[in-house]
Design a protein around this ligand. Structure first.
Ligand code: AMP
Ligand code: TRP
Length: 343
């Protein structure tokens, strides 16, 4: 981050974030999360990144698919530039301290807080009675993921903002109830041109791995032809590109494609528009495809290579889990002491 590391002096600057292995990785995950994770590596923070498989099973996951998707996500992290020597990379379920702290937080968080979560309302839909208890408690586990490392910064996409506010509420209530300042009040890091990548078919919907339409998203495993075809068919409006950002107001599809271009090119939206203003989408889309293929194809070929060596992936994750436990175990132990658990 340009403003440098800012945190309370009491806590080590530490980044934590996670992605669910609940399907393939999308361009939204890459630009909104993973690319940002890589940027925060080696710049003054300890960095801890996770496959949150316990979050994934809050909705049904086929066991074989979960295994494959967890390894594929690990491959995606590494292929995108997460270096397992610089960052701790592991699978959530393998560090039991997450679940243990989550139970304490289930007893700190209030039902009313959980009921207000928009992700709960969206995912449970009309049939809340039939949703899993885990789906309801999901944000308390997310708070535990973060706070079991005393993480100070959490890079995520825009859709996770509410969950991070709840994490701060849980830390604040715990600290207040037990008259301590043990847990940090974590800072969300929601930055860049692509904090909310939208569906290619509908500019009002988030690009998501769970959208039934494959044409709505770019998958990290798509080949050059698939990427080009999806961008060619992406919904736009009849106007050309404006030369300033305010010309994208009320044009969600156009804005989305420009944001994607800016994030892939590491440029600001303003500088993209100063170069591209006046072009029609028939000219802009091939440039966007070319850029997307240039940036994504090395990642997808490295992912494919890594997927040939599941043992190598598993060894990296096992080592990461060991390092994660070394940080989490003393924090959990101290939490138990604060709560009054005898051991
Ligand atoms: P999930 O796939 O829901 O586990 O999300 C993992 C990370 O990717 C979170 O930080 C999300 O905020 C981010 N993310 C997911 N979809 C998008 C999107 N369409 N645009 C930007 N960020 C996203
Ligand atoms: N809830 C996040 C998502 O769906 C994933 C997640 C779980 C997470 N635990 C986390 C993100 C901790 C950041 C920090 O995207």
């Amino acid at each position: 981050m340009s403003e440098g590391v800012q945190t309370s002096p009491a806590f080590t600057p530490r980044v934590f974030s996670g992605i669910q292995p609940s399907g393939g990785l999308t361009l939204g995950n890459y630009l909104g999360a993973m690319k940002r994770f890589v940027e925060m590596q080696g710049v003054g923070y300890e960095t801890i990144y996770c496959m949150v498989d316990m979050h994934a099973i809050t909705v049904w996951q086929d066991p074989d698919a979960l295994r494959r998707q967890t390894r594929e996500l690990a491959a995606g992290y590494i292929a995108s530039g997460i270096d397992p020597d610089k960052s701790i990379l592991f699978n959530q379920s393998q560090v039991a301290e997450h679940a243990q702290l989550a139970w304490i937080f289930n007893c700190v968080a209030r039902m009313g807080w959980m009921k207000r979560m928009t992700q709960w309302k969206d995912k449970a839909g009309k049939n809340q009675e039939n949703a899993s208890l885990g789906l309801f408690a999901y944000p308390a586990l997310m708070a535990a993921d973060i706070l079991v490392y005393h993480a100070t910064h959490v890079p995520v996409g825009e859709d996770q903002k509410q969950h991070l506010e709840l994490t701060r509420d849980i830390a604040t209530k715990f600290n207040h109830d037990f008259k301590t300042d043990f847990f940090p009040i974590t800072e969300p890091v929601i930055e860049g041109a692509a904090t909310r990548v939208m569906s290619l078919r509908d500019g009002s919907k988030k690009m998501s791995k769970s959208d039934p339409s494959d044409a709505s998203r770019i998958n990290m495993t798509d080949d050059a032809d698939a990427i080009a075809q999806k961008i060619r068919k992406a919904k736009t409006d009849p106007d050309g590109l404006p030369s300033e950002a305010k010309g994208l107001e009320d044009r969600p599809e156009a804005r989305n494609l420009v944001n994607i271009y800016a994030a892939l090119a590491d440029q600001s939206v303003e500088s993209v528009l100063s170069e591209m203003g006046g072009k029609q989408f028939s000219e802009f889309k091939p440039l966007l495809s070319e850029l997307a293929v240039e940036k994504l194809s090395p990642i997808s070929s490295e992912m494919a290579r890594l997927m040939q060596s599941p043992d190598e992936i598993d060894a990296i994750l096992a080592k990461g889990a060991g390092r994660a436990r070394e940080i989490a175990a003393p924090i959990l132990k101290k939490t138990y002491e604060i709560v009054g658990m005898v051991g």
